[in-house]
Design a protein around this ligand. Sequence first.
Ligand SMILES: [Zn+2]
Length: 185
Amino acid sequence: MQMISPCLVDAVDYVAEQAHRRVKRPSHCPQCKHHNTLRAIGFYNRSVTESRTGKIVAIKVRRFLCEHCHKTLSLLPSFAQPYRLICSISIERYFNGTTAGADTLQWNRLLRRYRRRFNAWISDLVLIVGQSIGLSDLDQFKEGSWNSLINAYGHLDQATRKLVRFFQITVFGRYRCHRPISPDG
Ligand SMILES: [Zn+2]
């Protein structure tokens, strides 16, 4: 299982500051709900783009093992999207249609593909979210557009954090654990 960990720095600073080493152990296992059962078991490597230049950066993602249910948990920093190469800020900038930067220009083709995935998935996403109870901040999102998603959550990283946590989905589709990131992902 994966969770999104709030991270205030970009991929470059995450690497420079070795922030992966400072990821805190969650107090309880999100799968079996037991407390103090998670043990750090190292890292896995993946790639993500940097939000200014679009350059690909290799990062390490902290992994834990639950000593009660024996399932693993990884904490993905919030600048990265699960199973997507391009970072959240660049995706958001492209989807918002704001001025193009080096990142969105360089990855234009892949970002267009992300847009198509989002468009194809959005009605299912609204249905899944709409069936939930007590998540009032999601109400606006039921309109089912990119703008309503950003209005509901503030930013893509926050949207992803909640969608992964509550529904095990992202804005691009249903979550598939342990699928390796591909170069064209
Ligand atoms: Zn557990």
